[in-house]
Ligand binder design. Structure first.
Ligand code: NAP
Length: 331
């Protein structure tokens, strides 16, 4: 991406989008096109069309989505599939119409089958049944990948899809009802410590294995992909039998119990962990195979402990706002 290129980050106020903006600014990009949800409703096809026709971005990162943790995904199933299908279809279609040079679409590892062989390779997409709790979200994200691939095949666009593992970092969602496991644990451990509790309740059995990546590392990976030289970028487009798909992760996982213990140590909660087995576990293991990304030359920089320390510092900086608003995100 040229330094002066017009770059649209859809969902720039979110966890991934804000990390993308930081990464782009660090890399010297100043011509960023940013619209908050309140300014541009991406489920509104006419509004998205007018926006792309008027602004004509050259590069697009699609980090806008209705996102949530396991309970939100399981409860608001219709909203998750309907809104995410609309966002993906509107943005990708209008990006093609506007002649966007490259587009990077963000999905997540939930696109892979529930009982996927581990680590999960890109080619395992659509090789088995999906996890039921987030199936509508996963199907909408698979549709996004299929859109990128189909537009490349029919119209010659250069759209790729990146699937980050579980992410966390500054500006995460700490809402107890809709947050992901790591920010949820940070908040719960912080509040349990503040109250002087002797126990911290962790959802599920603690046995599922999960991989985590700091959001700024994920954003750096997205920029790295978008900036690949033509022959390497083209490797995603050349294979007519495979979608233009790449995993983003660190290649290491741990159990939810190990994660909760680490969060408790970082936060300074010294009580006991208890596991609430009335809450669902989700997929037993989710570890991405990141050999495709590594072969291109990218590796993360921020380890899990350092990342949790940074995320906790950001949480504390916003703790008053989060506590006052209850459900609000730290942004
Ligand atoms: N967080 C993770 O662990 C993770 C892991 C892997 C992949 N990803 C992927 O990364 C992408 C972004 O996730 P995230 O965690 O950054 O989510 P997020 O923090 O919730 O951010 C999503 C952003 O999109 C905006 N948005 C949602 N619906 C919109 C709409 N209809 N029109 C316009 N803007 C809309 C949101 O605005 P409002 O908040 O105002 O609605 C928010 O700013 C998703 O595709 C997700 O699958 C995330």
């Amino acid at each position: 991406m040229e330094k002066g290129a017009k770059i649209y980050v859809a969902g720039h106020a979110g966890l991934v989008g804000s990390a993308l903006v930081r990464a782009l600014e660090r890399a010297g990009h100043s011509n960023l096109l940013l619209r908050k949800h309140a300014e541009l409703e991406l489920t509104d096809g006419a509004a998205v069309r007018a926006f792309f026709e008027r602004e004509k971005p050259e590069y697009v990162f699609v980090a806008a989505a209705k996102v949530g943790g396991i309970v939100a995904n399981n409860t608001y199933r219709a909203e998750f599939i309907y809104r995410n299908l609309q966002i993906s279809a509107n943005v990708i279609h209008e990006a093609w119409r506007a002649g966007v040079k490259r587009l990077l679409y963000l999905g997540s590892s939930c696109i892979y089958p529930r009982d996927c062989p581990q680590p999960m390779k890109e080619e395992y997409l659509l090789t088995g049944p999906l996890e039921l709790t987030n199936r509508p979200y996963a199907v909408s994200k698979i549709a996004g990948i299929e859109l990128c691939w189909s537009y490349n095949r029919q119209y010659g666009t250069q759209f790729i899809a990146a699937m980050p593992t579980n992410l966390y970092g500054p500006g995460d969602n700490y809402d107890p009802e809709t947050s992901h496991v790591l920010p949820a644990l940070i908040r719960k451990a912080h509040e349990a410590k503040a109250r002087g509790d002797r126990e911290l309740s962790v959802w599920g059995t603690g046995t599922p294995r999960r991989e985590f990546l700091y959001s700024d590392d994920a954003a750096e990976a997205c920029l790295f992909l978008m900036n690949l030289p033509a022959e390497k970028y083209g490797s995603f487009l050349a294979n007519e039998a495979a979608p233009p798909l790449v995993n983003i992760g660190c290649g290491e996982d741990q159990t939810v119990r190990e994660l909760a213990e680490l969060v408790a140590r970082v936060v300074g909660f010294e009580g006991r962990l208890v596991f609430d087995t009335s809450k669902p576990d989700g997929t037993p293991r989710k570890l991405q195979d990141v050999s495709r990304l590594e072969a291109l030359g990218w590796r993360p920089r921020i380890g899990l402990r350092e990342g949790i320390e940074r995320a906790y510092a950001d949480f504390r900086a916003h703790a008053g706002k989060i506590a006052a608003a209850g459900k609000v995100k730290a942004r």
